[in-house]
Design a protein around this ligand. Structure first.
Ligand code: XMP
Length: 408
């Protein structure tokens, strides 16, 4: 697929992704490249226009290609004028065309081979599985590892969406016990992350061995992952072991990453066009280690079950209040603290639950969300009434920094 191409050259401007998304929203394909790009590389990309974010470069201006310099964010009219008048863009970038072209690409690449996809139930892996499934049907096997660290009903929802609507092979591995066993007695957050990441790979490998040799491994990598690792120098504060990392034992010829050039909103559009259910397409980001890092201290089945029920009620009240698409992440955390309470005539000594909701564009910084008191009140009353072993609920009013979004 050949689209007109706008090149964005990044001089360390933290808004480069926002600029790129604005260009895409005008129906024009673009990519972000570091300022170290050479003149020859630029020529080979054959851009119809170049945008500098946060700097300028004299050699490049001599190429005779229209240039726009952006200091911070770009005004919509200025961008539109640049794209359509200065560069002669025709707006040939759309998700419908992308899907069609990608399906042809995938079919050509896979031929009559077999592909394997690790399905986590997150937006990216669900969309990539749906797209692959549409392209190669029964030549694809999706493996969904149920870690026991998912939210309420999530495992069943993923199974339902994929075993019914697509004709690929779908395998659900019930690995709850394996994960709980390995997490026994572990309290340190980074150790939990490491264990969960490792165990995931092991379970996946065991399953892949049963399936036998595959030709292709499918990954749900998206564009922000590519830009962040290649251009920016953002500091890593927690080790984000993304579930779905490359298992080295799986014997495959090649990797397929059909979402690699896409931003999250574009991935969601594809999900909608492929008729994935809303609860998969609009799912909020969920950390790879799942509820493992929302149970403070040791992870036990008891605490996980309490957390699942409480978290479900909180999300339900947020959705009923119509706040779900407004908040970027919202969830419950079960703390490791018990305190005294009273129910009827009885003294209780039970867990404290924390509710957390944030607004953010990039998840590197975040504001705590000013949820109306009435909604917090409803959620709190329902949780206390409907969930056992919680007698106190607090709302987290710290932003990031200094706090992080997750509690571990
Ligand atoms: P923090 O807590 O660092 O979270 O402010 C920023 C974003 O990253 C998610 N997060 C993770 N995602 N593996 C992941 O795949 C992890 O270990 C992990 N820890 C945090 C978090 O949910 C938020 O969206």
């Amino acid at each position: 697929m050949q689209n007109q191409y706008i090149l964005i050259i990044d001089f360390g401007n933290q808004h480069n992704q926002l600029v790129a998304r604005s260009v895409r929203e005008h129906g024009v394909y673009c990519e972000v490249k570091p300022y170290t790009i050479t003149i020859d590389e630029i020529k080979s990309l054959n851009p119809v226009g170049i945008i500098f974010t946060g700097g300028s470069n004299t050699e490049i201006t001599k190429l005779g290609i229209p240039i726009l310099e952006v200091e911070t964010v770009v005004e919509n009219d200025v961008l539109k004028n640049f794209l359509y008048n200065d560069c002669g863009c025709i707006g040939d970038w759309s998700m419908t065309r992308y899907i069609e072209a990608k399906i042809t690409d995938i079919r050509n690449k896979v031929g009559d081979g077999k592909a394997l996809c690790a399905l986590s139930g997150g937006v990216d892996s669900s969309v990539v599985a749906a797209l692959m499934s549409k392209a190669i049907g029964s030549q694809l096997t999706c493996v969904f590892v149920d870690t026991g660290l998912m939210r309420k009903n999530e495992g069943d929802e993923v199974e339902e969406a994929f075993s019914k609507n697509f004709n690929s092979h779908f395998v659900r591995v019930n690995a709850q016990d394996r994960f709980l066993n390995r997490l026994k007695g572990v309290t340190d957050p980074e150790t939990k992350r490491k264990i969960i990441g490792e165990e995931f790979i092991r379970v996946f490998e065991d399953e892949a061995k049963k399936i036998g040799k595959v030709d292709f491994l499918v990954q749900g990598t998206i564009y922000p992952d590519v830009i962040e690792s290649g251009v920016g120098d953002s500091t890593v504060i927690k080790s984000h072991h993304n579930v779905g990392g490359l298992p080295s034992v799986v014997d495959f010829k090649d990797l397929i990453e059909p979402l690699r050039p896409l931003f999250k909103d574009e991935v969601r559009k594809i999900g909608m066009e492929l008729e994935l259910p809303d609860y998969l397409v609009w799912r909020q980001p969920f950390p790879g280690p799942g509820l493992g890092i929302r149970v403070i201290g040791e992870v036990t089945k008891e605490k996980l079950d309490i957390l699942r029920d409480a978290d479900y009620i909180f999300r339900d009240e947020i959705a009923k209040a119509g706040l779900d698409r407004d908040l970027n992440q919202y969830f419950a955390v079960i703390t490791n603290m018990k305190s005294v309470g009273v129910t009827g005539d009885e003294r209780t000594y039970d867990y404290t639950l924390a509710l957390r909701a944030v607004k953010t564009t990039d998840f590197m910084t975040a504001e705590w969300a000013r949820i109306p008191y009435e909604i917090l009140d409803l959620a709190s009353r329902r949780i206390i009434n409907e969930v056992k072993n919680i007698n106190r609920i607090v709302y987290d009013i710290t932003s990031k920094p200094p706090a992080t979004i997750e509690w571990e």
